[in-house]
Design a protein around this ligand. Sequence first.
Ligand code: ADP
Ligand code: MG
Length: 607
Amino acid sequence: MDKMTTLQRVFGYTQFRPGQEALIDGVLAGRDVFGIMPTGGGKSMCYQLPALLLPGITLVVSPLISLMRDQVMALKAAGVPAAYINSTLTGPQMQAVYRNLLAGKYKIVYVASERLDYPGFSALAAKLNISFLAVDEAHCISQWGQDFRPSYLRIVNFVAGLPRRPVVGAFTATATETVRQDVERILGLEDPVRAVTGFDRPNLFFDVIQTDEKDRELRRLLASRRDRSGIVYCSTRRKVEEVCQRLRDLGYAAARYHAGLEERERTESQEDFLYDRKTVMVATNAFGMGIDKSNVSFVIHYNMPKSMEAYYQEAGRAGRDGSAADCILLFQSADVQTARFLINNGGENEDLTEEQRAQVRRQDLKRLDAMVGYCKTKTCLRGYILEYFGQKHPELCGNCGTCKGNFVEVDMTREAQIILSCVHRIHDKLGCGLGVNLVASTLRGSKLKRIGELGLDSLSTYGLLKDRSRTELHAMIDHLEAEGYLRTELEHQTLGLTTQAAEVLYRGKMVRRKVEVSDENPQEEIPATGDTAELIDELKLFRLELAKKAGIPAYMVFSNSTLADMAKKRPATMSQFKKVTGVGELKASWYGTAFLKCIQRFELEKK
Ligand code: ADP
Ligand code: MG
């Protein structure tokens, strides 16, 4: 197979992203490579695809053992024979992996950097035909990066000890010149093919909200992102505990993650998040490197990070699959003091001399200044970011808080009364509540079969808001929830009235809502034309069922952008199905028929 066919058949994509092809060609031609691409840019493809085409095996060095399993699982879900080696394997598991390795059963093997200089491993490696050694998160080798890992220095000895030097590839999202030079020099890359792609991530919406009431703000932000998966970053463990508890009290399925928790709980939290059992992850920056959950739709920073590098890396975990996603930073001037304190009293790096430490600290304070500048700037936020990373950019991007931040307050009392009354009548009729989608469909006068079956078309509120878009209705319902008139019952995700709702329903209390002047909601993943949004919801539910059966996270079945494309293209045959972006041969054969049926059912029900 050639690279294009492999890209299509195995990974289901029709085009390479910027930088990928040059790096892949380099590796296939036996050259070292160095890829510098932003988070979500598609670095893994640059070693996974060559691994399938090269003879022998590809070793991938990765810093975080807890995440290798997920990467390997994702590869297996695409039909690639892969394995990982790290300290979480039991003795017998390790032996099995070693046996399979020697028998040539794997194409890709992930290995923790610590493992490289175990004598047992080196002895094994000497017997293998290693074609390619890929160093992921390569900036970990530099002490000037934010994630220096001394164990990365061992890679060099490991390569030197191999009977034949494999092609070596390094991949990182870190843009600074010092770190780049360190990576090339220390790893000893030989005249590598370099690809530095643009750092812009157009699908990410950036915003900074200056507020002294972060909890309230967070609550508001989350209420309008119900059911979406997202991360809330806090700067300290204590804050993580506090915020996570508060969100749980409010009924959110929140998980927590920080270095102070037992390894067991951390793994569990991470999996709850990956598998969408928990939708919000509240974490310190200990969480996230190597996380490639593709459907993270927002990253909210409760506290300001210490540098733009850190911010862009953390925020960049949103929207990896290319769908629209939000990166929002809550800022308060007190954050600056906290960050300064953390830099001046941060953990000492034992491997550095006193002088080097002072230099690191000076650099950190300089980076902090740039971060504070971002929080305070009145110019385009994306422009600020790209400028920082030395990239040219237009003056206005049109997709950040500065460029879009034109809000006006509108009166939505009438709509509020209709919505609340509809929720009330549904309860009266059915003796229970319904989820937000059905409530919205009722208000819009949808012809969905379910609506008829439940008799919702006989309610007096049926179709009363049919002139409103689905997006707008959702936003209004979310707003009513944030204001405390509606609440979502946790277990079944159904809507109910609170006692406060009576104020609006019977005592004429006014309800106001902020809307953008341009009106288009920047957070909306897909413009909700016709019934596409409804179909996407259906497909998501269906995906979840399949994923549960297969015991893998939902996004590993198909990403959100794949489902969106599916809803748009509405394939009716297998060959049309394969044209959906993100659908490879193997997944088409596994899931194709089932999804085709799901789409067909949906179309029939609409009739
Ligand atoms: P990085 O490691 O650079 O942060 P990943 O390798 O995790 O990024 O890739 C991010 C997402 O992009 C993944 O969901 C991946 O499947 C997707 N992706 C990679 N290459 C392509 C491509 N050529 N076309 C479409 N999507 C791609
Ligand atoms: Mg990666």
